[in-house]
Design a protein around this ligand. Structure first.
Ligand SMILES: [Zn+2]
Ligand SMILES: [Zn+2]
Length: 249
């Protein structure tokens, strides 16, 4: 009898697993079959992080009325090497936690949905049909070795845009202190000479879209764009999951 009960218990557990295997990737609560990735509550919170009105020069969230010919009030006096920037959202909770989780722990389950966010963001830009190369912002080899992967490269490779080719011909040749709260100018100095293009690259005369997970001061994108332009690239765009640093640096 005991054995029969045990067997029945195991059977029910298996059935249960078959029917209730969905968990919200954000809050970990059990979700129904129809909920994709997140529970309805988390979907609505994530919805508040995703934006479609932002400054296409610096990525900061602004209303359509805040757009100026030279960007927005916060960036009109800043100068960048990248021509334009696109973002899926703002770096705030819970999108921030998802990005950190993706980067530090759970790259596999979150990759499709984060790629989807960024793919939708690029379709909304006015540059998506002129990009030749999708290029991830590189990590220094030591950091990549420690983490086991480059989060931006995973997203870039996962994007399905037939007109764009993937390239990782920009590399980080020097380790730099991790991005703590410093100004754009201090970051820019820290990053000088940190990136280089590989010999035999194909960037000459081509338009490049750099992919990164988070834009904070913009100094990383800026330095990569500078190196790409020195290598002959035409236009260079930035595409990120989230923009942090809404304040002026
Ligand atoms: Zn949830
Ligand atoms: Zn701006």
């Amino acid at each position: 009898m005991n054995k029969l009960l045990q067997a029945t218990g195991r059977y029910l557990k298996t059935i249960g697993r078959l029917f209730w295997h969905n968990y919200c990737l954000c809050c970990n609560c059990e979700t129904s079959e129809e909920d994709e990735y997140f529970c309805p509550d988390c979907w609505s919170k994530i919805g508040f992080c995703l934006v479609d009105s932002y400054c296409n020069r610096c990525g900061r969230e602004i209303s359509v009325f805040g757009k100026l010919p030279g960007g927005c009030a916060k960036c009109e006096n800043e100068s960048f090497y990248f021509d334009s920037i696109a973002c899926a959202g703002i770096y705030k909770s819970p999108l921030r936690e998802l990005i950190l989780q993706f980067k530090l722990a759970d790259k596999t389950r979150l990759l499709p949905i984060l790629t989807d966010f960024i793919q939708k963001a690029i379709y909304r830009t006015d540059f998506y049909d002129i990009v030749d190369y999708i290029v991830p912002v590189p990590l220094h080899w030591r950091k990549r070795f420690q983490r086991g992967f480059n989060q931006s490269e995973l997203i870039a490779k996962n994007l399905k845009i037939s007109s764009m080719l993937f390239s990782n011909d920009i590399v980080k040749v020097r380790e730099t202190p991790s991005q703590t709260a410093v100004s754009f100018e201090a970051r820019r100095k820290n990053l000088e000479g940190a990136f280089a293009v590989r010999k035999g690259h194909n960037f000459d005369g081509k338009n490049v879209c750099l992919i990164d997970d988070v834009k904070t001061t913009g100094a990383t994108l800026n330095e990569c764009a500078k190196v790409l332009k020195e290598a002959g690239a035409g236009k260079v765009f930035g595409l990120v999951l989230a923009v942090a640093g809404q304040e002026k640096y």
